[in-house]
Design a protein around this ligand. Structure first.
Ligand code: AHG
Ligand code: MN
Ligand code: MN
Length: 337
């Protein structure tokens, strides 16, 4: 992948992808095509999010997903849009989505590609109706099983270190697609007047910061290591700022730009935490590490974890490397953890 300084701001996503593909003589074009599918889905969801109140897209869809969570209409819309954008272009063989009970194989009427996509189609659903920032999160694996055969669990139930790319699309004051590959992390802002994503954040690197992001409503349930870490931040000579949007993608994006740490610890009620490994923690951990940050579960590196099931959960500590190291030191030293 070309280094970001070769691209001036204003480069379109398509040009960025085509120019960087030239560095890979054996590239088939599937990865570029996959990223373009993600961009199309992002444009469609952005249009719907921006007029959700007018398009009858607010509120619950009336059902619960495999996690027993009440599904919002926009969760289902986003899930359908991603599947429709990914299934027929010959780059993907299987999709694992928060909103699907099991892995979804690309229908046999379409050509099956080399990539497996893990997906949180809409993250931060509780924020939809109050017009707060939400987003979509994706991880990309290269299949292990032979091309042309049906993909299997082996292609997706695997360590996060196997990811080849990941990203998110954040629907806030603007729509931003952030893509992480082996070459780094690049942000593209959607210009809705022309319907194009333009490079706006070349080579994102996470700075050291003094922002912590955690739901303090659970403080009484935290293990002592988390309590002492947060107390230490609040009692520092220069106390840290608290920011919590309640959308993982928005909280992590802010910390990538400003530094600091996001925590979603385990609690007695959720001993594995709330966040899902395959389509929330893995993609964001891959991306934050490419931006120079770190991500652990409070003890070990997130990308070293090996899921048992596609919907496994994990505690998450993610942000600038210094902050994550200090939090992990206190949490892992805690015998109760
Ligand atoms: P999702 O909407 O995909 O279910 O994700 C919601 C997650 C995540 O976005 C956020 O960090 C977390 O839920 C907030 O949980 P709490 O309300 O328990 O803080
Ligand atoms: Mn989510
Ligand atoms: Mn979701």
């Amino acid at each position: 992948m070309a280094s970001a300084q070769q691209f001036e701001e204003g480069t379109t996503l398509d040009r960025f992808l085509m120019d960087t593909m030239r560095e890979y003589p054996h590239a088939t074009g599937q990865f570029v095509n996959l990223c373009q599918s993600m961009a199309l889905a992002g444009k469609m969801i952005s249009a719907r999010v921006n007029r959700a109140g007018l398009a009858g897209m607010l509120g619950a869809a009336g059902g619960q997903n495999v996690h027993g969570e009440f599904v919002q209409k926009l969760d289902l819309y986003a899930n359908d849009v991603f599947k429709a954008s990914l299934e027929h272009r010959g780059h993907t063989c299987m999709i694992v989505s928060e909103e699907e009970g099991g892995p979804v194989l690309v229908p046999s009427r379409y050509e099956s590609g080399d990539y497996v996509v893990t997906l949180d189609p809409l993250d931060g659903s509780s924020n939809i109706d109050c017009n707060a920032t939400i987003g979509s999160i994706f991880g990309i694996f290269k299949r292990k099983t032979p091309t042309g055969t049906p993909a299997t669990r082996e292609d997706v139930v695997r360590p996060g270190d196997d990811l080849v790319a990941s990203g998110y699309i954040i629907f806030g004051s603007g729509t931003l697609l952030v893509l992480a590959t082996e070459a780094g992390v690049f942000g593209f802002t959607l210009d809705p007047t022309v319907g194009e994503f333009f490079l706006s954040h070349p080579a994102l690197k996470i700075p050291k910061g003094r922002i912590y992001s955690v739901n303090e409503g659970y403080r009484a349930q935290w293990q002592p290591g988390v309590v002492s870490y947060i107390d230490g931040l609040q009692r520092a000579d220069k106390p840290w700022k608290a920011r919590y949007i309640g959308s993982l993608v928005a909280d992590v994006h802010r910390n990538i730009l400003k530094g600091g740490v996001f925590l979603y610890p385990a609690t007695p009620g959720s001993p594995q935490g709330k966040l899902r490994l395959l389509y929330e923690a893995f993609p964001l951990a891959f991306l934050v590490e490419k931006a120079g940050g770190a991500a652990t579960d409070g003890r070990v590196r997130i990308l070293d974890l090996h899921p048992e099931d596609i919907h496994d959960r994990t505690p998450l500590v993610i942000g600038d490397a210094d902050a994550v190291a200090r939090a992990t030191e206190l949490m892992s030293a805690d015998p109760s953890f």
